[in-house]
Design a protein around this ligand. Structure first.
Ligand SMILES: [Zn+2]
Length: 224
């Protein structure tokens, strides 16, 4: 990634953290003295590199993982600031990204019952209901086929394994994953910890596979 793209990526994340919303194209133009075409190109390059997602057919930022520009069922509170995450995994990933106490308020994808998860010091310190799980209904090899759909529809919380099993989203066990909040936090570490570093790079496929193995996440699901 070139220096300008790296600076714009960092600017988008800083803006999301400060305001809870992304910068608009005109702010990118002003901040970096770019023409409209140049600023648009940088955003589309960042989308191609999987750092953010634009609303289709526009220059408007929809997602910069884990931040969402629109309301979602995944509320995150950090130091009395509220954010929307893109999915259940992204909500928990705020703790890996910021290293601060994080409160997640969400819903069971089956019955809409409230789910609350507090994270501090690298673990979930409060999980209500206590059997709540993160459910990933698509295998990793399919996540990026349509990442907006994947985030929006297939990475959710359930209040219990029973509610997962009763949900229409529940699929064959070897093509989905059920994780505890603690496992989800650990899964987040290599992807989210350095999001605010200027030289952040997404982990390579091999780094992710090594991380899955280190977490004892084995079997046909955990391939890339
Ligand atoms: Zn439920």
């Amino acid at each position: 990634m070139d220096d300008r793209s790296a600076l714009v990526r960092k600017y988008v994340f800083d803006h999301f953290l400060e305001h809870g919303s992304p910068p608009v194209l005109e702010e990118v133009m002003t901040e970096f003295s770019l023409s409209r075409a140049e600023a648009s190109q940088v955003l589309h390059d960042l989308e191609a590199a999987r750092h953010l997602i634009l609303v289709k057919g526009t220059d408007r930022i929809l997602m910069a993982f884990p931040f969402s520009a629109i309301a979602t069922p995944f509320n995150v509170k950090v130091r009395n600031r509220g954010y929307f995450a893109n999915c259940a995994w992204d909500a928990i990933a705020f703790h890996a990204m910021l290293g601060e106490e994080v409160r997640v308020d969400s819903f069971c994808h089956h019955c809409a019952a409230p789910i609350r998860i507090d994270l501090a010091d690298g673990r979930a310190v409060r999980v209500e209901p206590e059997g709540s799980i993160v459910y990933l209904a698509l295998p990793p090899t399919e996540w990026w086929a349509d990442i907006t759909t994947t985030c929006s529809n297939t990475m959710v919380f359930f209040a219990s394994p029973e509610h997962r099993d009763a949900s229409a989203l529940c699929t064959a066990a070897d093509s989905a994953a059920s994780l505890t909040p603690d496992q989800t936090h650990r899964l987040s570490l290599p992807i989210y910890t350095r999001k605010f570093a200027l030289d952040y790079a997404r982990p390579s496929k091999q780094e992710l596979l090594d991380h899955f193995a280190a977490m004892d996440l084995a079997g046909p699901y955990w391939t890339l």
